[in-house]
Design a binder for this molecule. Sequence first.
Ligand SMILES: Nc1ncnc2c1ncn2[C@@H]1O[C@H](COP(=O)(O)OP(=O)(O)OP(=O)(O)O)[C@@H](O)[C@H]1O
Ligand SMILES: [Mg+2]
Length: 263
Amino acid sequence: MPQQESAPFPLLAIRDISVAFGGIRALDGISFDLERGRILGLIGPNGAGKTTLFNCLSRLYTPTSGDILFEGKSILKRAASRMAEIGIGRTFQNLASFSRLSVRDNIRVGAHCRARTDMLSDGLRLPRMRRAEERINGIVDELIAYLELSSVADLPMAGLPFGTLKRAEMARALAVGPKLLLLDEPAGGLNHDEIGELGRLIRRMRDDRAVTVLLVEHHMNLVMGVSDKVVVLNFGRKICEGDPAGVQSDVEVIRAYLGDGKS
Ligand SMILES: Nc1ncnc2c1ncn2[C@@H]1O[C@H](COP(=O)(O)OP(=O)(O)OP(=O)(O)O)[C@@H](O)[C@H]1O
Ligand SMILES: [Mg+2]
């Protein structure tokens, strides 16, 4: 596991954030840290606030109070479209890929975003642009191999099996070169074997690409199997934070999931 314990602040710090929709407090004073090189699972019963928090992180929502710090700096003034360039990547639950483009071209879209700075600063200096293009090709080829997409690389996304689409979506997200990868219910629609594969892939990305992961997921076996730390929300509040074993035996967590009406 990549260790950078000497870093002065966590990669991601959620500081006392609240979000209200009309009278509903979807998030109520949530705080937690995510250290570099760790996998954090965010769970909770339906309506707990998981998607709301995910949407704050990807800047679709702005919290009514509190702050979100990435590498020690607030991201709240940054537009959703400019998160990739600081190193925050995400996957989409309903696969936001361009279905008529090939797998390869979808991954290129992600890689272009990473190389854009080179392109802009190089202006019309063609040899440099060619070098940027070569760099993009290199990133794309490497990810196609890494995610075992070689046999489908030149096929259109439309019509590919769901498990393959999910791997292609992951490759697109990785092409951005994220330090932090936000995964929104990645197990949705996958079968048992594919979920096992996904779990191994998440660990592998962390281990050999130094990607820190925040995983919002309903599938308990996946979350408990891959996470270093689990944060549990219920009715917009954090009710528990700890390692998977501790969280699974926590009385308040058990009560929240069994729904005895007291929480
Ligand atoms: N755009 C919105 N407008 C109004 N209320 C909302 C909105 N989004 C979420 N909520 C409410 O905020 C609360 C938290 O919802 P959220 O979708 O974040 O929960 P969740 O943990 O993702 O649930 P699920 O497991 O069902 O996906 C719920 O009471 C929900 O009804
Ligand atoms: Mg949700």
